[in-house]
Design a binder for this molecule. Structure first.
Ligand SMILES: [Zn+2]
Length: 448
């Protein structure tokens, strides 16, 4: 596009006003459309597994921009006043992302009033101030990215968003943080040239030891000294291991394997996995294949309930989103949502049963501990007296166990029974010689 030099100064200013207003209303409409398409999952029949895939693969947004706009659209769906503020240039997509985690039904009007017309960094500062109280250094949050021109309120949200204006923490599922996010991840992939990527890992002492052990074992090879080659080999083996876990050995002939009910034979699973390349096979009307690789599972094209078989041609790989989409298309939304509710209820019931069983087990354990403690306390009541007349701890323990038959009785009665027991069972032993006190003072009642 060339500069419109044919416009007079007045005409250029008037045109700029029009274009700018259109950009703002376009930004708000774009957010509203993302909110709608996202809510209704309109991207599924088109062959995309999620809103972000559609934004990135079909619309050509960068991942960061897509994540940011989707988060802003979801926030605006909850608080529709945001659409108007974006249309008037009072809020940008970046500002909405910063506000997202802090907006509630109760505070949304106040917070939006406070944020309208401010830059993203000002909003961050205000939010931080509210969270911490007033004792905040005025410039502690000002960063390079927060002072970019696109953060200025009034800038058309869509036109102004650039991929590098989004911090890495602003993912689709992670609302824009105000306080720095503690990084718990120890690994990072950094894109590099020609499809290669740089892997940075922080290993614990134990993990480093394992790496060193592998390098020592492979010290006779060419690759053993290079951590990148060790990593690559380990990943290849691990992928094979995980695939074997998912698919089994896959022995047998796919042409003759039939399976039972909904159970797909391993040979078929392996053949389907290879045929579909481990990716969702759903294809939209314009020929776009979903190709999602996460949460992919086997699906019967014609459901078993409708006479579908386990044969290779009736089994395919679908991602979770397209699995649900196809189930709703074939079986009806009401049926699928009833099934989902049933499954959810079953899971909750099973969880409750597990919790109850666990609580019962704990209560039983606590009760057993209580009984043991009371038993021990009763024995300890007998110890001083019986030790005093020369009985060993083993003998006292045996007598105390005998006395449990009258556990509710007072200590004197139990002592009497203990002495009677010891007199009967121990007192006749040659080794037993009550030292002191005199025989008539020793309560050995009951001795035959
Ligand atoms: Zn899919």
């Amino acid at each position: 596009m060339n500069l419109p030099t044919h416009l007079s100064p007045q005409a250029a200013l008037a045109r700029l006003d029009v274009v700018y207003t259109n950009e703002l209303s376009g930004a708000a409409e774009g957010l509203a459309l993302i909110a709608l398409v996202d809510e209704r999952k309109d991207y599924l029949p088109a062959g995309y597994s999620c809103m972000k895939s559609y934004c990135v693969e079909h619309m050509g947004m960068t991942e960061d921009v897509a994540s940011k706009r989707i988060q802003a659209a979801r926030t605006a769906r909850r608080f529709p006043r945001i659409f108007d503020l974006v249309a008037k240039g009072r809020l940008t997509v970046s500002s909405v992302v910063v506000l997202a985690a802090h907006l509630t039904e109760a505070n949304s009007n106040d917070l939006l009033d406070l944020a309208a017309g401010r830059t993203r960094s000002e909003i961050q500062f205000l939010l931080e101030t509210r969270l911490r109280g007033a004792a905040v250094e005025p410039n502690f949050l000002v960063s390079e990215s927060a002072t970019r021109p696109e953060d200025a309120p009034g800038h058309p949200a869509f036109a102004g968003v650039s991929s590098d204006s989004v911090t890495s923490a602003h993912s689709e599922d992670a609302p824009g943080p105000v306080a720095p996010v503690a990084k718990t991840r120890r690994g990072r992939l950094a894109p590099s040239v020609e499809g290669a990527c740089e892997v940075r890992l922080t290993l614990t002492a134990e993990e480093r030891e394992v790496l060193q052990q592998v390098q020592a074992l492979a010290s006779h090879t060419e690759w053993g000294s290079d951590p990148a080659l060790v990593y690559a080999k380990a990943m290849k083996l691990f992928a094979e291991y995980l695939l074997a876990q998912k698919l089994g050995k896959g022995t047998g002939d796919p042409a003759t394997s039939v399976g039972k009910g909904r159970r797909i034979p391993m040979a078929i699973k392996l053949a389907v996995w290879k045929r579909d390349g481990g990716k969702c096979s759903f294809v939209g009307p314009d020929g776009h294949r979903c190709g999602e690789t996460h949460h992919v599972d086997f699906d019967h094209i014609v459901p078993v309930a409708m006479g579908g078989s386990n044969k290779l041609e009736n089994v395919r790989l679908l991602c979770h989103a397209h699995n649900q989409h196809e189930a709703e298309r074939i079986m009806g939304r009401d049926y699928v949502s009833a099934q989902r509710e049933n499954a959810k209820r079953d899971r909750e019931l099973a969880k409750r049963a597990r919790e109850l069983a666990k609580a019962a087990k704990l209560a039983e354990k606590a009760r057993a501990a209580e009984i043991a403690a009371a038993k021990k306390a009763r024995m300890l009541e007998l110890v001083p007296g019986l030790r005093g007349v020369g009985f060993t701890m083993e003998e006292i323990a045996a007598a105390a166990t005998h006395c449990e038959s009258i556990a509710d009785a007072c200590v004197d009665d139990r002592m009497l029974l203990a002495l009677q027991f010891l007199g009967l069972n121990v007192g006749r032993r040659e080794s037993y010689r009550p030292a002191d006190p005199a025989p008539e003072e020793t309560p050995t009642a009951g001795t035959p």
